[in-house]
Ligand binder design. Structure first.
Ligand code: NAP
Length: 599
């Protein structure tokens, strides 16, 4: 900790801050919690349409039998395919609703879109393919291009069915296979089924009264309509030059696109319910000399190090970015807590958090010229309550004459009408509304993929989990034989770098499949005792601090403030991704039959 940080801690009035945080949280508590949002279905189904692919080309329905079916052609799908190929499973099919591979990076193409986890450890298979990323934090379009390159490298295009939506998947006990049907008339019988449908894939809309009445242009941030806005993910949105645009939301997606829209459009209204905490990105070009100096095995070493620093396991930091700087700060504070304990009822960790957020608030004050706007942009919650963000130019956008912040003080818009957005007595006529309102979270993987899956005895996954999620390692589910869920986060470890968890989990399931095939096992199902034990382990290892989460401003981190123990993070494995990896490895050394009923 430097002297400035120590001084900041000393001068902060913790009691007033705590009170302020609770007051700001209370303003935002919504009586309907996660049910306040509008799903992109029925009258709102158009918001889910694919603006990037042309009309689907005609093809004959496919009727086939494969060893594995992978749901989704995003990064999880690629990691799964790679892991299957590595254990010699080559006859698999990938079914993808989109027009190409990419997943998150297929859908999220909005201007300014980037990944804020370092590209060297995030972008898949860079080490194997020898590809040096241009920048430290890559653009969405560069990540997508690389994803397509990986798919070609692994010869996956011939295995993919694009623009194909699964409409049902049902376990057939007679043949020990999953029978999967699609909207293109396909029937695929698969020994194993793998879900790579992601924890944040179904867009959601804000539950603003009158949303359906708007007659102008409207779309969700993950379905960007460049035919309307012009330009590309680098900006230059010429179609917006004379347009009045409203953006609803100031979360991770919004803060990246706001600088780009602001510099292109006639006028931008930013509708804020809760301010984000945005820090500098600190991007740069990759140094080829450094890149060439990396030794074989570097990817795993760096990815594991990033995770270890995030978990407070080490202060030896190979990535050294703005993420890890804060993690180390919290780790040092945590060690002080362990050593001395607090003397005034406030932990060193909490003091470090107050100081961190105070620095972010000071940064806003320094950048934003209008003091009222600057005040409204300040976040009043702990650092982990919302996803930490690293974006350049966000706060600066509010210094432009053509940008107006509509701070709804935690409430959201009052209503939307045919040609305007309304907050209180104020109306703002707009031509276009962009909903940067996020995604459904903590939903079962089949819901994320858009269909209902039926396991043994005709039970759907939603029914099976109606009283709470049950699984073995967040990967296998009883009564859903030969099924695996990858990177679903719930009941598995979460990681700031998804590529690590995808690597760990896909290696695991590929090895289970390989052993089943080698041993002539046509069906595996999780024993009840194994699910019970994992549920107990989830509870034992939980680091979900209910007090901390309940004091957070509502958001997906705390399940919008209701049923906090059911949120995306409360339900993930609290022992961390590194211990999770060890658990899976130890498990693989045991007899599969201990936790799985093998037929
Ligand atoms: P998000 O973080 O869930 O943000 C949704 C935004 O919509 C929030 O600002 C929310 O306000 C606002 N909102 C919802 N209902 C509203 C209403 N009625 N009125 C006004 N505002 C309303 O969604 P996202 O920005 O799409 O990001 C989702 C996740 O994707 C991120 O958390 C992150 O994990 C990932 N992501 C990562 C990156 C990156 O690498 N940097 C970039 C984009 C996305 P409240 O906060 O008040 O609810």
């Amino acid at each position: 900790m430097d002297t400035g940080e120590m001084e900041m801690q000393v001068s902060l009035d913790y009691e007033t801050l705590h009170h302020k945080y609770l007051e700001e949280r209370d303003k935002r508590m919504h009586p309907r919690g996660i049910n306040q949002y509008v799903a992109v279905e029925d009258a709102f189904a158009d918001y889910d349409d694919d603006p990037y692919a042309g009309p689907a080309t005609e093809r004959a329905p496919i009727v086939e039998c494969v060893t594995a079916l992978i749901v989704g052609g995003g990064h999880t799908g690629l990691f799964t395919a790679d892991a299957l190929l590595k254990v010699g499973i080559t006859d698999f099919r990938i079914v993808e609703k989109a027009g190409d591979f990419g997943g998150t990076w297929y859908w999220n193409r909005y201007p300014g879109c980037r990944c804020d986890v370092e590209s060297t450890i995030y972008i898949p298979f860079l080490e194997e393919m020898g590809d040096m990323p241009e920048e430290r934090y890559s653009r969405a379009s560069d990540i997508l291009a690389h994803t397509h390159k990986v798919a070609r490298h692994l010869c996956l295009y011939e295995k993919a069915l694009f623009q194909t939506v699964i409409i049902s998947a049902a376990w057939d006990e007679a043949s020990h296979r999953w029978i999967v049907t699609t909207d293109r008339g396909d029937t695929i019988r698969a020994r194993f089924i793998c879900f790579g449908s992601g924890p944040l894939s179904r867009p959601k809309l804000p539950g603003i009264p009158g949303i359906e009445t708007f007659q102008g242009k409207a779309f969700h941030s993950s379905r960007w309509d460049y035919s309307y806005t012009g330009g590309n993910d680098r900006g230059n949105l010429t179609g917006l030059n004379d347009k009045r645009v409203a953006i609803i939301g100031t979360g991770a997606s919004a803060v990246q696109m706001i600088p780009e829209i602001a510099s292109s459009c006639g006028h931008l209204y930013v509708v804020q319910r809760t301010p984000s905490a945005v820090e500098a990105r600190d991007n740069g070009r990759t140094d080829p000399d450094w890149w060439n100096s990396l030794r074989p095995g570097w990817w795993e070493e760096r990815a594991v190090n990033f995770a270890a620093v995030s978990l407070g396991v080490t202060l030896d930091d190979q990535i050294s970015d703005n993420w890890s700087a804060t993690w180390k700060r919290f780790t040092i504070a945590g060690r002080q807590d362990m050593a001395a304990g607090q003397t005034d009822g406030i932990s060193y960790t909490q003091k470090a958090d107050y100081a961190k957020m105070e620095e972010i608030r000071a940064r806003i004050k320094k950048i934003v010229r209008d003091p009222v706007t600057a005040e409204a942009l300040k976040p009043w919650y702990n650092w982990y309550c919302k996803r930490p963000l690293f974006v350049d130019g966000y706060y600066e956008a509010f210094n432009r004459d053509n940008v107006t912040l509509i701070d709804t003080m935690g409430k959201g818009l009052t209503r939307i009408s045919e040609n305007a957005i309304h907050f209180g007595d104020q109306s703002y006529e707009v031509d276009c509304i962009i909903y940067a309102s996020g995604f459904e979270t903590a939903v079962p993987p089949d819901r994320a993929a858009g269909f209902a899956m039926t396991g043994m005895n005709g039970v759907t996954l939603a029914e099976r989990w109606k009283d709470g999620i049950r699984s073995l390692h967040g990967t296998f589910v009883r009564d859903f034989p030969n099924l695996c869920i990858i990177a679903g986060v719930r009941h598995a470890a979460a990681s700031w770098n998804f590529s690590l968890i995808q690597t760990i989990q896909t290696r695991h399931v590929a090895e289970v499949f390989r052993r089943c095939l080698a041993d002539g096992v046509t069906k595996f199902d999780v024993r009840k005792s194994a699910e019970d034990a994992w549920l107990a382990e989830i509870a034992r290892a939980s680091t979900a601090d209910v007090q901390f989460l309940s004091e957070c401003t509502p958001g997906y981190v705390n399940n919008d403030g209701q049923d906090i123990d059911k949120g995306l993070y409360s339900e993930s494995y609290g022992g961390g991704v590194l211990r999770f990896s060890e658990i899976l490895e130890e498990w693989r050394h045991r007899d599969l039959g201990e936790d799985l009923e093998l037929t």
